[in-house]
Design a protein around this ligand. Structure first.
Ligand SMILES: [Zn+2]
Length: 287
């Protein structure tokens, strides 16, 4: 094959792999942690803003931020997603060693499952806070609410953040906001990007749900309700032209052939909705 034909073949292969997005085989189910198929259905790289891409699955967000001095990944999804994420990075021209930092929302298996493998393959540094770091180091074991039901390969943090701290990689600059509740280490991330030549504030805000949680007299997390309430306030005040959440649907996103919003949710609306749901749970708990 001469070089020109070879190049054409590579280009065709790249385009056809993006075009075949819907035909990615669904990733295998794990015996230990069964999740809906949409959480395991890979998508091709979907553009959200000029440097911000969804590279995960239909149901779970994994954001890749492309910068001049490398890339940042925020969240990896389920453990079995590692190869897919690396493939999508390649489709965007990001070699494994171009990935410099791995950030995340919270330390549950459906968002940070592949981080250990990704760190090993790429050499990227894992950046988190102290609360999340201890849970990540024990692979999700002894979780406050889930005990040992949702485990994942343990991963050590390379850098521990404090609330409000900035993470910088070349021209990429993000700020972390601690929003404890869903986990004690839950985080929101904010940064600026451009859409149609306009600068926008993107807020990637962690889950604010309390799925089956014991909210009253929880000996493992006595201040859980107070934490949620403080976090709702913090979320309301985030710079937030574009809200994205770890579970796409929670902020109205549909990740399929494109990344589109069925309904645009503001950070205030997202916090209000979560607040109503929490207060309702508290009333029901006290009955
Ligand atoms: Zn969770």
């Amino acid at each position: 094959m001469n070089i020109r034909i070879k190049l054409a073949a590579i280009v065709m292969a790249t385009y056809s792999s993006i075009a075949m997005a819907e035909n990615f085989p669904v990733l295998p189910q794990l015996d230990t942690y069964k999740v809906p198929e949409s959480w395991r259905q890979p998508v091709a790289p979907l553009k959200i803003a000029d440097n911000t891409w969804q590279i995960g699955t239909q149901g779970i967000t994994s954001l890749l931020l492309k910068g001049k001095e490398g890339a940042i990944l925020i969240d990896g999804g389920m453990e079995q997603t590692a190869e897919h994420l690396l493939g999508n990075m390649r489709r965007l021209g990001i070699a494994p060693t171009d990935l410099k930092l791995i950030l995340h929302s919270h330390a549950h298996a459906d968002h940070i499952g592949p981080l250990a493998e990704l760190k090993r393959i790429t050499g990227a540094q894992v950046v988190t806070n102290a609360e999340s770091a201890v849970l990540m180091a024990r692979g999700g074991a002894n979780d406050i609410h889930f005990a040992d039901q949702i485990l994942y390969p343990s991963v050590n943090a390379d850098r521990i953040l404090h609330n409000g701290e900035q993470v910088v990689l070349g021209d990429l600059r993000l700020r972390v906001h601690f929003i404890p509740g869903h986990t004690p280490g839950s985080m929101a991330w904010t940064w600026q990007d451009t859409v149609d030549s306009k600068v926008i504030d993107i807020a990637y805000v962690d889950s604010l749900t309390a799925p089956g949680y014991q909210l009253v007299n929880n000996l493992r997390y006595p201040d859980i309700v107070q934490d949620y309430r403080v976090s709702f306030e913090r979320v309301r005040k985030l710079p937030c032209d574009l809200l994205i959440t770890p579970h796409a649907g929670a902020s109205g996103w549909v990740f399929h052939d494109t990344a589109k919003r069925e309904r645009a949710l503001s950070c205030e609306e997202y916090a209000d909705k979560a607040s109503k749901s929490l207060e309702k749970k508290l009333v029901n708990n006290s009955k």
